[in-house]
Design a protein around this ligand. Structure first.
Ligand code: CLR
Length: 406
């Protein structure tokens, strides 16, 4: 418990006791003040593209096999930001703010060679909590979209989190799609008060061009003395031949091999992240995360936990009122940029191919969760996006903003 003093120690102990009986909804978990983060979960979508140059790299590869490898490399490069960047000082993972329905996180990255990459992230569902995002680079014709929620459980002093949802990447020039599944994770170091994320099991990336990447995660154990390890393989779907093997530590470095020969490598040391640009608070929409949570964030900064709680419940109560009113009026909240679907043919097709391959090679097939667990399958609605841009939905947006501000 080292860095925490007396009272914090007992608070931590009672926190551990309290989560022993929690119900799986992370939003309902009450955590001690010192592990509250100022960052809302809608912001986490940005972790996908802190290396914009790697994100667009596949678009430049003419060979489908090289493209699939470039997608895998980009995906692996995102893991550090996604799962450990909040814990640079190992063991300082925090509990993010629970986004409210309609909360937005908007921004863009500017990169010398990659150009502009845009980010649209929105909290599309509150019960269960689901965040959807769309990240696109028009210059290179690369689009990522996805949505996710979490299902948590607590056993043997660890919090285990299963991610519900998926991501898809589209490369315009080759009209190619990639289905990306999300890793399960657990929190290590809880007992010592030094929480950090460790990834579990595996994820796959299946391409419409017929390549399957499988990533297996491993923590510190008898297999390796290191934490945050993985091995990945790239194969032609349905073939036993392994084209590439990638292995290493996703927080640090990894190497890409063809047979026994190293053909490429990646180190976070050589790849600084590109910071995301977001509007100044005063220019933000009232539904944008940083603006909406500004008072809570300030209170956390001041270490004023009473005020933190007060400001938080202001937002939560206003949201409850809003839902009540929507019910009475029979006019449910309208998502600004995303639409919920019951089916997604692109995803179904890719899953089917991947499943066949996995059954053939004797590993358990991938299945996706029932759409009801995320209030549907969320897709980016380009029409909505254009209408917002051109001012066509000003009336609807004004009403939404007003209802939140009141
Ligand atoms: C959210 C979606 C992102 C990837 C990601 C990274 C870290 C995860 C987070 C997701 C969900 C919330 C999470 C977090 C790590 C810790 C935090 C599980 C999946 C929980 C709620 C914090 C528990 C509190 C401990 C620190 C005690 O793309």
């Amino acid at each position: 418990m080292g860095r925490k003093k007396g009272t914090a120690k007992s608070t931590w102990a009672s926190f551990l006791k309290s989560i022993a009986s929690f119900n799986g909804d992370l939003a309902s978990m009450t955590a001690p003040p010192f592990i509250l983060s100022k960052t809302s979960l809608v912001e986490y979508s940005a972790y996908w593209t802190e290396h914009p140059e790697l994100f667009v790299a596949p678009a430049k590869e003419q060979d489908p096999e090289k493209r699939a490898l470039a997608v895998l490399k980009w995906f692996l490069s995102t893991l550090k930001q996604q799962y450990s960047s909040r814990s640079e000082k190992l063991g300082s993972e925090k509990k993010p703010l629970n986004p409210f329905l309609g909360e937005l996180f908007l921004g863009h990255w500017e990169h010398e060679t990659a150009g502009t990459t845009e980010l649209v992230s929105e909290q599309v569902s509150h019960h269960p909590p689901v965040t959807a995002y769309s990240i696109f680079n028009k210059k290179h014709g690369v689009k990522l979209q996805g949505y996710n929620g979490q299902k948590a459980s607590f056993a043997s002093m660890t919090i285990t989190v299963k991610q519900v949802g998926l991501a898809t990447l589209h490369i315009d020039a080759f009209d190619e799609d990639y289905l990306i599944t999300l890793p399960a994770l657990h929190i290590e170091g809880l007992v010592y008060g030094t929480p950090y994320v460790e990834l579990e099991r595996s994820t796959i990336i299946q391409s419409s061009s017929g390549y399957l990447a499988k990533i297996e995660y491993a923590g510190k154990g008898w297999l390796s003395g290191k934490k945050n390890c993985f091995t990945a393989t790239l194969q032609k779907t349905g073939s036993k031949e392994i084209l590439y093997t990638v292995s290493g530590q996703w927080i640090d470095t990894f190497t890409i091999k063809k047979g026994k020969t190293e053909v490429d490598s990646f180190s976070h040391k050589d790849h600084p992240t590109t910071p995301l640009n977001i509007s100044l608070l005063e220019n933000q929409d009232p539904l944008e995360s940083r603006r909406a949570w500004a008072k809570v964030a300030a209170a956390i900064d001041e270490g004023d936990y009473e005020k933190t709680g007060l400001e938080k419940s202001k937002i939560e109560n206003a949201q409850r009122e809003l839902r009540k009113k929507e019910k009475e009026d029979g006019s449910p909240w309208e998502q600004r940029y995303f639409t919920s679907k019951e089916r997604n043919d692109t995803v179904d097709k890719l899953l089917e191919v991947a499943a066949k391959h996995m059954v053939a090679s004797g590993v358990s097939a991938v299945t996706l969760d029932d759409p009801s667990k995320t209030n549907g399958l969320w897709v980016f609605d380009e029409q909505k996006y254009e209408d917002v841009k051109s001012g066509k939905r000003d009336e609807v947006l004004k009403a939404a903003v007003k209802s939140v501000e009141e």
